[in-house]
Design a protein around this ligand. Structure first.
Ligand SMILES: [Zn+2]
Length: 419
């Protein structure tokens, strides 16, 4: 069993009314003994100003944000101390204990519990390619920083040949290491497309008329590290010049290539400080993992692109770098709203659709580039309400997301205006 260096502070709960007690608790020696000790803090019903301020602070790690519902932050004890004043008037709770209990339960169950390891995902993809040889083909699109293969499974009738008349759709997951559910959903979609072929009329039609590319783990090094060493790990495992580790792959894509210099890599919502969680790298596409996705997006004229993250139960579309609309804004609103309508929330209702920038500004994301650089109708899906939901929720979230993915494959029939 590998060792797991996770969370070490004593869990506690607080509200705005007991901030003094909180400060006292935080004054203990834990953070000094372990500078990586972190807490997961939830601000309930966050106001837009507070959320925008915190999301723009590169030193703060935003775990998940759902406007008006929750803003989850991963912070050190020192950072939390500094933030307490800004939380005044909001109900807040520390969720660290809940997350720790879930991780411990998974370990007791069987290693990662229901989550696939990287090796298991590779084995599963290989099995798919053998079992469904006529409609599935496995290939390697690149190698991670630490030399692991990044796989894509192509699903289409006559999978072995390229059919230029068929629309191409890319479905990927796990740019961010800790978002374990974001690998499970693409894997599930692949399995459903394959097992449903010649059984289900809707799926059969999609497989016959599209080339679907599924890459469940874009960031294999980070995935393994998050599963075995540090549940909060987000970035890849690049060794940075300052001795820190990791580039945020979803800030490492080039600018939106819209001609607007503000859309360039490294702008608002990304950081140039290597140790921060939104570090964009030394240059656009400095990382082999983002290069692999870029090259795949460029290798075929992609009509649609779904990239899975967690969490917040959101459907996001470009631009992320500016509040301005894309030339395809009406189409994005229509398709994005329909995608969201088709994905049930775990707590009732459905996912929320919005332009990425309206959540918070980001630059160098794969969906901005997938649209601006590759001409695909591109959406980011923020799955669920936590990074690694429990076993029963994994099944639920996977099943709940199938219809929307099929819908995008059905409507994304041609590349869009930016191309
Ligand atoms: Zn993410």
């Amino acid at each position: 069993m590998t060792s797991r260096r996770l969370l070490h502070l004593t869990p506690f709960f607080f509200s705005a009314s007991v901030l003094i007690a909180t400060c006292a608790l935080l004054a203990g020696p834990a953070s000094a003994a372990n500078p990586r000790a972190v807490e997961l803090v939830r601000v309930h019903a966050p106001g837009p100003t507070l959320a925008a301020e915190l999301a723009r602070d590169p030193a703060i790690d935003v775990a998940g944000y759902s406007p008006g519902r929750l803003l989850d932050l991963i912070v050190t004890a020192d950072q939390l101390r500094g933030l307490l004043g800004r939380f005044a008037g909001y109900r807040t709770s520390v969720l660290t204990a809940q997350v720790e209990a879930e991780i411990a339960r998974r370990e007791r169950e069987r290693g990662l519990g229901r989550y696939h390891s990287y090796d298991e995902i590779v084995a599963q993809l290989s099995t798919f390619a053998t079992q469904y040889a006529a409609i599935a083909q496995l290939s390697i699109i690149g190698e991670s920083v630490e030399g692991r293969d990044i796989y894509v499974l192509k699903i289409s009738d006559n999978a072995a040949s390229d059919e230029p008349t068929e629309a191409n759709v890319l479905i990927d997951g796990l740019h961010h290491a800790r978002e374990l559910i974001a690998a499970e959903v693409p894997l599930y979609i692949a399995e459903q497309l394959l097992s449903g072929y010649a059984q289900d009329a809707r799926i059969t039609n999609i497989v016959n008329t599209r080339q679907i590319w599924v890459a469940p783990v874009v960031n294999p090094d980070g995935y393994i590290y998050a599963q075995t060493q540090d549940s909060w790990w987000r970035k890849n495992r690049k060794g940075n010049y300052d001795g820190s580790r990791g580039v945020d792959l979803n800030r490492n894509y080039d600018g939106a290539q819209s001609g607007d210099p503000a859309g360039d890599w490294g702008g608002e919502g990304s950081s140039h400080v290597p140790w921060t969680e939104t570090y964009c790298g030394t240059e656009a596409f400095s990382e082999p993992e983002s290069q692999a996705v870029r090259d795949l997006l460029k290798s075929h004229p992609m009509s649609g692109y779904l990239t899975y993250h967690s969490y917040g139960e959101l459907v996001l579309w470009p631009w992320g770098y500016t509040a301005g609309p894309t030339p395809d804004d009406a189409r994005y609103k229509a398709v994005g709203t329909e995608l969201a309508r088709r994905i049930p929330s775990l707590s009732g209702g459905t996912y929320e659709p919005l332009q990425g920038y309206d959540l918070y500004p980001t630059t160098g994301t794969s969906d901005d580039w997938g649209y601006g650089g590759a001409g695909a109708l591109s959406f980011t899906i923020e799955l669920g309400q936590e990074f690694a939901p429990s076993a029963t929720k994994i099944d639920q979230i996977c099943a709940d997301n199938l219809d929307a993915a099929l819908y995008l494959a059905e409507v994304a029939t041609s590349t869009v205006a930016m191309k």
